[in-house]
Structure formats: C-alpha cells, structure tokens
Design a protein around this ligand. Structure first.
Ligand SMILES: Cc1cc2nc3c(=O)[nH]c(=O)nc-3n(C[C@H](O)[C@H](O)[C@H](O)COP(=O)(O)OP(=O)(O)OC[C@H]3O[C@@H](n4cnc5c(N)ncnc54)[C@H](O)[C@@H]3O)c2cc1C
Length: 570
C-alpha cells in the first residue's frame, strides 16, 4: 500500500500550483491520468487576469466579473480571487515563464470579452505548456512523487473523513490504494460530455463525479459555458484574442450583427451574449451556408493595424505571431486563407462554471477533501465566466488548497481505510472489465454526447430537457450491462473509456436536472421558454446531492456584498 500525507489528483495548473505550495511543508504526490503536459491547461492560449490594471481601481475588475457572472458569482469569493491574483500572478513569472510585453516594456494587457478593465495579460500559445513544464520541474526538484497515467477511481471516505483514493495504473492494469491524510481534487472540467467542445478528451469530470458520489454536493451544474468561436465543423478553439486584435463576426448578409445585440462591446461582449447572438443568427436563417458565422480577419491590413497598435500597445511581433497562428489553424483545419476569406465558426462547449462545492479555502464538506481549479465551484464565475478568469482561478485557489491541506495534515493522523471498501471498489472495476453485457460503451458515450449537445446546449427548453433526462436515465440503465471488448491489462483505453462514461453519465444527469429546475434565463443558461432573468426569485444557487435513485436538490443564497443585480447591458 502506498502512503502520502497529501495526494493531489490532477496534474494541470490547479494541481501543480497546489503541489508547489504543499511540498514546502509536507510529503506530496500527484496522480494524473494523462501526463501533466497533456493536461487541458496546456492548450490555454488566451489570457489570464492580473487585477488591478495600472491607473484603475480594483473595483472595476470586481464589478465587471460580477456583472459578467449575471450576478450569480459569490461576491466574497470574487474578492478573494482578485486579492490572490495581485500576489500570485507576478510570483508566477518569477519561475521563469515570462509574460508577453508591450512596446513600453510593461506586461501586455488587454480587455478580454465582456470587460473594459485592462487586467487581462495576453499570452502566447505555448505559454501555458511552458508554465506546466516549469512547475513540474520545480516539483521534481523537491522530490514530489508523480504517478503519471494512473486513473483515480474513487475517494475513500469513512466517518465523513477523507482517507485516500483508489487508482488503476493504466500502463499495467494494477489496482492501487493510496492512503492519505488529505486529498486535493484538481481534475478539471467535463467538456467531453458534449459532442461539440473545445476540451480535450481527458476532460470527463472524473473528480467531480467521484466527490459527488461520496456525498459532496455539486453547485450550479446547469451553468455551462459555450465559447463563441470554435472552428466549424471540427470544434477547435479560435481564441478570443482573434477578436481582441480586431476580428469581426459577420453573417450571410455580411452584417456585423453584434450591433443589434451589444452595440457598445460588439464582438467583445461576454461569451454568453456573443454565443447566443451567433446561434440566433444561424437559427433565423442568416448563417453562412445556413450553418456558421464568419470570423473576419481579412481587414487586418498593415495600415489599420498600425492604428490599432497605437491604441492597444500591442507590439507588432506579438500581433504577427498570433495572426500567424490563426492563419495556420484556419488553413490546416478549414482550408481557409484568412487574408482572403472568413473563418467558419460556431459556438461550442468550453467551460463548466458549476462543480464541486467548496468554500473560499477550497474545503468541501468532507474533512480532508479539498478541490481547486475547474473541478470546483467556489463560485467566482456564477452563470458566465469572463475570459481569462479560469487560469487565475487555478493559480489562486490551487495555492489555497495546498496551504489549507498542509495545515490540516499537521494535526491529523493517518487513519485506516476498511478493507471491505477497497475490495468493493476493486470488484466494481473488474466487474465492468469482465462482464459481457450487451451494450457497447463507446456507442452509449456517443449517444450521451449528442443528446447533451442537442438538448442541453446553448438554447434549452422544458421539452428538450425532459427528453434528455429520460434518455440519460435509459443510458444509465444500459451502462450496468456494458461490455469492454479489450480485456488486456496494458494501456486498455476501452476500459478507461468505460470508467469515464460512468462519471459522465452522473454529471450529465445532474446538469440536465438543474437546467430543468432553473426556470429563467441567466448567463449561459438560456431557457427559450423562460427568456427573462428572474433576479428576485432565482438569485440562488442550486446545490445538488447524489442519490442512487434521483439527485436531491437544495438551494443556497448568492453572497452579495458589493453589487446588487441589475439588468446587464453591453
Ligand atoms: C482550448 C482551451 C483554451 C483555454 N484558454 C484559456 C485562457 O486563455 N485563459 C483562461 O483563463 N482559461 C482558458 N481555458 C480554461 C482553462 O484552461 C481551464 O479551465 C484550466 O486550465 C483547467 O485547469 P485544471 O488544473 O483545473 O484542470 P486541467 O488542466 O484540465 O487538468 C486536469 C488534470 O486532472 C487529471 N485527471 C482527470 N481525471 C483524472 C482521474 N480520474 N485520475 C487521475 N487524474 C485525473 C488529468 O490527467 C489532468 O492532469 C481554456 C480552455 C480550453 C479548453
């Protein structure tokens, strides 16, 4: 049996930041189902927030993040995020991963969508990967143990105390127990639940589902972000930076239609507003070829560029590099020359605002179990995340998780895990592997992903959500009778897919049920049958508990300390 004081599940930004903090004080291990350099963090290519911007009060960042959340963010948590970022973001650079600089030599700042505050540090496409690499090197130096390509399957809990995890070693099929005084979940989002997503295939919500099943509630699972610009039809993300540097969205009539939806912010309105506007254009027959919207970069010629650069302080080299990256993506995946034609784009799933409910110290209701990063709902994003706030969240709350867990383990002893619990989990896994049920897991997964995209996507209504819930429950029943074709023990991806599917089904059910329950339109949650905000009755969180028959729904007030809900205008 393996023992560590703290086990961190997840080798993305949140997990590694937590490990860096905790390894100052105690013995730490990082378990990751993919190599950390394949964590989804590594493909982040946009920006991260560093409030306050020079000559601006911090209130501006707070106000715009809260307005962006459609007043569903807990405002005390947003303040913790802003305060933490002020310290953490410069500190990150001290590890050798430098931010892009403006022509004045200062850190390059811009306003991501939905904000006028210039707190977003725009980064190059390799920046996040370099960061993960730098953090991992530091952790190796400190002797942190990495269990790469180990798939965590359950959290061991006894008497409401976390006692470790079980894991399956992907390269040789061995089953392990890791006993720990504390566990930090940093397993990222669940985008793969949707057929159209920018997320990597590893984003299947495993940690969220594991925590949910041992009694940790999910908060606001209905709030799912759809990014406006994913390449049609592949789903690859075209970063918001394309619009920050001047890209325009046009419909089949050549109109910059955002004039009608957000006359002041235009293409740089928040993601919920832009995605909903784009889909409305397509649904009302103004999509190009009836199917997509055009992201137009053709006008970004040198004369206009110089004017733009004058205003934005963006150095020409940075501009050229980013434009070059968009050109390559468009030409490789859509056969489009961005100098001549528009890039075909449609909205796609991007981020999950909901997740494992934690307080601002990343604690869950189970003692010794912490969560940080996209897996968690603190909640700083409410019903819509502002661009660039996810990486900042990972760094700020990753550090807090590492700090709090280290304090916790100081006064805690290593406790026993009942042998039957470990045996039950091992039996559960091998039953999935060895049973010869009639249903194919990949086929069920495809049906789930398509259902979620069609009926729990950008626009939702009672009929579609009810049908989706019925379908998901049928799939859950079928899941108890699946077969895994490959029985081998070495890199058995079919088995991993089957384990992930179990997690995806539980989270899909929670998301759909919460979406059905919230009878209003709020942020990214657009109910066409309830198209208005209901600030009076619905400024409350949905907090959902696992139950084998049906999830149990409770409510919690949104923490409002600074800004009262008012109608959002952009
Ligand atoms: C294409 C793209 C671009 C983005 N760009 C930006 C941006 O510019 N700015 C911004 O703020 N945000 C951006 N985001 C969002 C942001 O990148 C993510 O929210 C953030 O990186 C999540 O980090 P994380 O550490 O929580 O999880 P991840 O980076 O997703 O890492 C999850 C880790 O958990 C591990 N794991 C999962 N399940 C298991 C299991 N069962 N057992 C063991 N290990 C497990 C994985 O191996 C992985 O190491 C972007 C997202 C995408 C998809």
């Amino acid at each position: 049996m393996i023992v560590h004081d703290i086990t961190i599940v997840g080798g993305g930004l949140a997990g590694l930041r937590a490990a860096l903090e905790a390894s100052e004080y105690t013995d730490v291990a990082v378990v990751s189902k993919v190599h950390p350099l394949r964590s989804h963090t590594c493909v982040a290519t946009g920006a991260l927030h560093f409030p306050p911007a020079p000559n601006e009060p911090k209130e501006m960042y707070l106000q715009e993040t809260i307005k962006g959340s459609d007043y569903m963010a807990d405002q005390d948590a947003v303040e913790v995020l802003a305060d933490g970022a002020e310290v953490e973001i410069p500190w990150l650079e001290s590890w050798g991963v430098v931010y892009s600089r403006g022509r004045d030599g200062e850190v390059l700042r811009a306003s991501p969508g939905g904000m006028s505050t210039k707190t977003g540090i725009i980064v190059s496409s390799q920046w996040a990967r370099e960061l993960v690499m730098a953090l991992q090197e530091q952790l190796w130096r400190r002797g942190v143990t990495f269990y790469d390509e180990w798939f965590a399957t359950s959290i061991l809990v006894e008497d409401n105390m976390c006692r470790g995890i079980t894991a399956y070693e992907i390269r040789n099929g061995e089953f392990h127990t890791i006993r720990s005084k504390a566990v930090i979940l940093a397993t990222g989002g669940f985008g793969w639940v949707y057929a159209r997503t920018t997320n990597s295939s590893a984003c299947t919500g495993d940690g969220t589902a594991m925590a949910y099943r041992v009694g940790v509630p999910l908060k606001d699972p209905e709030f799912v972000q759809f990014h406006p610009t994913t390449l049609y039809p592949r789903g690859t993300l075209i970063s918001e930076t394309a619009r920050v540097i001047g890209g325009r969205l046009i419909n089949s009539k050549g109109e910059r239609f955002m004039e009608r939806y957000a006359p002041n912010f235009m293409e740089l309105a928040p993601r919920d507003v832009v995605s909903q506007a784009m889909q409305t254009e397509i649904n009302e027959g103004r999509g190009i070829e009836g199917k997509y919207i055009g992201l137009d970069l053709t006008h970004l010629k040198m004369e206009e560029l110089e004017q733009l650069l004058e205003i934005t302080n963006i150095p020409l080299s940075f501009f050229r590099r980013r434009l070059g990256e968009f050109a390559e993506l468009a030409s490789t995946f859509a056969k489009v020359d961005i100098k001549e034609a528009v890039i075909p784009v449609v909205p796609g799933q991007h981020f999950w605002m909901g997740g494992v409910k934690t307080n601002t110290w990343t604690e869950t209701p189970i003692k010794g179990l912490f969560a940080a990063g996209e897996v968690a709902c603190v909640s700083v994003h409410g019903a819509n995340r502002e661009g660039a706030n996810a990486l900042t969240e990972c760094v700020v709350f990753g550090k807090k998780a590492g700090m709090r867990a280290s304090e916790y383990v100081k006064n805690e002893e290593l406790r026993l895990v009942p042998k039957e619990k470990i045996k039950d989990e091992e039996d559960r896994l091998y039953k999935i592997l060895n049973d010869g049920g009639e249903y194919s897991a990949p086929k069920l997964r495809d049906e789930l992903r398509q259902t979620m995209w069609e009926k729990v996507g950008l626009f939702r209504n009672e009929k579609g959500l009810t049908e989706a819930l019925k379908k998901i429950r049928e799939l859950k029943k079928k899941y108890t009778k699946i077969h895994v074709e490959d029985k081998s023990t070495i890199y058995n991806n079919s088995f991993i897919l089957a384990l992930e599917l179990g997690n995806m089904l539980d989270l899909a059910e929670a998301t759909t049920l919460a979406a059905l329950t919230r009878r209003e339109t709020r942020g990214a949650h657009y109910r066409i049958d309830y198209p208005h905000r209901d600030y009076e009755n619905w400024t409350k969180h949905i907090v959902m508990y696992y139950h084998p028959e049906e999830p149990v729904i409770t409510y919690e007030n949104v923490v409002i300390t600074m800004f009262k809900p008012v109608e959002r205008k952009y």
